[in-house]
Design a protein around this ligand. Sequence first.
Ligand code: S3P
Length: 444
Amino acid sequence: MSHSAEPLPMTARRSGALKGEARVPGDKSISHRALILGALSVGETHITGLLEGQDVLDTAKAMQAFGARVERLGEGEWKVNGVGVGGFAEPEGVIDCGNSGTGVRLIMGAMATTPITATFTGDASLSRRPMGRVTDPLELFGCEITSREGKRLPVTIKGAADPVPVRYKTPVASAQIKSAVLLAGLNAPGQTVVIEAEPTRDHTERMLAGFGASITTEVTDEGRVITLTGRPDLKPQPVAVPRDPSSAAFPVAAALIVPGSEIRVPGVSRNPTRDGLYVTLLEMGADITFENPREEGGEPVADLLVRYSPALKGVTVPTERAASMIDEFPILSVIAAFAEGTTVMQGVHELRVKESDRIDAMVVGLRANGAHVEDTEDTMTVHGTGHLTGGAVAVTHLDHRIAMSFLVAGLASDQMISVDDGGPIATSFPDFLPLMRALGAQID
Ligand code: S3P
């Protein structure tokens, strides 16, 4: 569903110590994939801990439109009766993926090698984002694709009747591109190969293996070579979705910068392809301990204990780490403003094509609130002074992570910080406000 509601301005004020437990929602990436792989299996997949954010609900609706039966059983508990690899039916209407780049790109991949036609659309943010990065490799399978100027949505795909397998080297580090190609490869005969120079989140590979596909990853001089054997019988699996490290980042950041705070965030994924923010925070001197490490649903998880950290220092985040924290740079730039010294974020050009141009949105909003920030096409630099003046409204451009980042900043800044529209927070973290308030955050 596209976000068309009236803007929802929100304001965060300097708060007292944050205390308690932050049970953040299920991982967004894994939630999308659980629904899609459930729909591509024959039989019933049972999912617990599913993120019930708008992005994922839009993917659930899309899976129904392609013929799967998707049913909500309780809070975060869903079942999917799938149609099998190659079994998607032609949807009657247009597939609206709302705000979700992951949803639209993965679903385009999942249907591109089935002989049906589907048209995809999304909200104003998604309609600005580049789709060529996915439609170009999908065309190699033999499907026909038309799109708007600049390879933007709406996109119509006439799926390949006789798909051929593809060998594809991703031109940018992107799990969405990798996953779209692998999902298309499911219904192509023979072996589909994706090569990525930098490792990106590997949930698709892990989950495909869990659902019984033959998939291998080899580390070579070229990077990671992922080989999938097409036309498997995917077997339904129970999926326990771990809590989202990208959502956890917001209460974690708040606890680090609000004096006296101490919070616990249980059951957060510590998948190494998602862990870059936490590696960076430890380098900055953050007081975070990872307790009770364990495996849940094929993913490593731990409970995070986070304490106020008054002596954070600036660091350089190298390009090689960018993919493992690609969604966390907005909130890192806030933490960096509260640290002493300069934080340089390198190799971050992909932030320019997220739900908004996140470098621009953060630079403009942080400067308006008194921070010293610079950017180039591919870097963002924050000269931290240990505090933030605040007092200004940040423009969020339909971007949930920009909205949450500035609201967290406002909890520790001298004056309050407002965002023009907090509505999109519901795409990934529908309970952000009650969860933060329960910890003691003053957000209206
Ligand atoms: C995602 C991949 C990343 C990330 C997005 C989720 C995924 O996008 O930013 O929020 O679930 O595969 P890119 O593949 O464009 O880097």
